[in-house]
Design a protein around this ligand. Structure first.
Ligand code: C5J
Length: 226
């Protein structure tokens, strides 16, 4: 049965549970907690905490409904063979990718800082994608995994809105997925960038996709279950 989110912008969004995945982008300690990659770039990481309760509610409701969950982490191999020098050497961060920080090596797979925060930790059966780029589809097998499962619609949350979330949504849009961004489940270190990204996504008749508050998704899931 089709589930409708009437409150979505710029117009209602509909999806089938069996062909839709919830994709949570990079909710990892590197971006969310002091001492990680986000802070080395000079950002106030505390701003991102605001979305954790709403994102956790959505994750729990989506799991209860039986929907597919995908988690991503921005992560590099320990030898940094998948980290272009241009990415590592750019700017003047306090610590560079691969350097030893308070949560282990910055943005390196398997390090404590690279783990998804406890409140949103993946459980058995969920897909976890380590991605070396900003987009979830670049140099990962994500598209193939979604195709194997017949997924056509993606609901996005995560951080940061205008970097890895927007890049992943654009990649997904170009691959033919109908994408919706959950407005209160995504955050940026720059509130103006978040607002601009939400506007950009849904402009021109949903040129990249739809946006909606998470309460609208939760209500739609409840209706569906009733
Ligand atoms: C950034 C991300 N901002 N996950 N990564 O470098 O958005």
């Amino acid at each position: 049965m089709r589930i409708g989110i009437e409150a979505a912008a710029p117009f209602p969004y509909g999806f089938e549970l069996a062909s839709t995945a919830l994709v949570l982008i990079d909710m990892q300690r590197d971006f969310m907690e002091p001492g990680g990659f986000g802070e080395t770039l000079g950002n106030d990481v505390s701003l991102l905490q605001a979305i954790v309760p709403a994102t956790r509610k959505v994750l729990q409701a989506w799991r209860a409904a039986g929907g597919l969950v995908v988690h991503t982490r921005e992560a590099h191999a320990a030898d940094l063979s998948d980290c272009p020098p241009a990415k590592r050497n750019r700017g003047k961060p306090a610590l560079r990718i691969g350097d030893e920080g308070p949560m282990g090596r910055i943005l390196v797979a398997g390090e404590p800082g690279n783990q998804i925060i406890e409140a949103l930790a993946p459980i058995d059966g969920e897909i976890v994608i380590d991605k070396p780029g900003k987009g979830a589809f670049y140099a990962t097998g994500l598209h193939e995994l979604l195709q194997q499962r017949g997924i056509t619609h993606l609901l996005f949350g995560g951080v940061t809105t205008e970097v890895c979330v927007q890049t992943s949504m654009r990649e997904a849009n170009d691959r033919g997925y109908d994408c919706l961004l959950l407005e209160d489940c995504t955050e940026s270190y720059f509130p103006a960038f978040k607002a601009a990204t939400l506007d950009m996504v849904r402009a021109q008749g949903a040129i990249v996709g739809w946006t909606a508050p998470s309460a609208a998704l939760l209500a739609a899931l409840l209706n569906h279950a009733a």
